[in-house]
Design a protein around this ligand. Structure first.
Ligand SMILES: [Zn+2]
Length: 239
């Protein structure tokens, strides 16, 4: 079977699966409602590459990532590659440790969520979302009430669980031109940012689960770390 046929089949599978899902927008990074619909819209001066995503079990996902300098080698291409990798796996965010780099960069496109909202879908206060690069991000403060959302992660395929996070986050960060910003984010955008930020701190969404839930998914996590999982994007496994 060709690659295209495999992707088509798995997209169909995901759409069928979603009909049984009570929250069709479920998932933070792995957001499949319109799989194949919001692919890479970048215009780029580079030949971008889709990078393999590091699967659960790799030590880099547990390390604290380091700040970078403006002259970090190949930074513009790295950012383009991260966008390409994120869109090709139908993600709404991607952090550098997930492409095996222990540096403080993540990208977020929460605008995709709003572009595809349907009238019956849950509303979020941060419309129309953002598309942004975050470099050397550090949280200044968290605010609002904690709220639950069904999250997924490109590094932990096929597992989704409700996670409680703050409604609001204020971050200090640099944009892709190394201009410093201090900015507050809310709603589903804050949710995606907090998920990606955790990757810089060596934290994963499954860390928030209660002990019983953790025990229930342990077998699945072991399988993922050994490469015993089928995904329609490139991954590297610890083995
Ligand atoms: Zn993730």
């Amino acid at each position: 079977m060709t690659d295209a046929a495999i992707i088509l089949l798995s997209t169909t599978y995901l759409n069928v699966g979603l009909k049984r899902n009570l929250n069709p927008l479920a998932g933070t990074e792995f957001w499949s409602k319109f799989a194949g619909f919001t692919k890479n819209k970048q215009s780029s001066n580079y030949y971008t590459m889709i990078l393999p995503i590091v699967a659960y079990g790799a030590p880099i996902l547990r390390a604290v990532a380091k700040d970078i300098e403006p002259d970090y080698p190949g930074l513009p291409k790295l950012i383009e590659d991260m966008w390409e990798t994120m869109y090709s796996s139908n993600g709404v965010g991607l952090a550098a440790p997930q492409i095996n780099k222990g540096i403080r960069i993540f990208v977020v496109d929460s605008a995709q969520i709003f572009e595809n909202l349907e009238p019956e879908d849950e509303k979020y206060p941060d419309a129309p979302g953002i598309k942004q690069v975050f470099i050397n991000a550090h949280i200044k403060s968290l605010g609002g009430d904690e709220w639950a959302y069904n999250e997924g992660c490109l590094s932990i395929p096929k597992i989704r669980e409700d996670v409680y996070r703050s409604e609001e986050v204020t971050l200090e960060y640099m944009d892709e031109n190394f201009v410093a910003h201090t900015q507050t984010f809310i709603g589903v955008t804050a949710r995606v940012i907090l998920h990606e930020y955790d990757h810089l701190e060596g934290k994963l969404f499954i860390d928030y689960l209660k002990p019983l839930k953790k025990r229930m998914i342990k077998g699945k996590l072991d399988d993922i770390s050994k490469g015993k999982v089928r995904v329609d994007y490139r991954m590297t496994f610890q083995k």
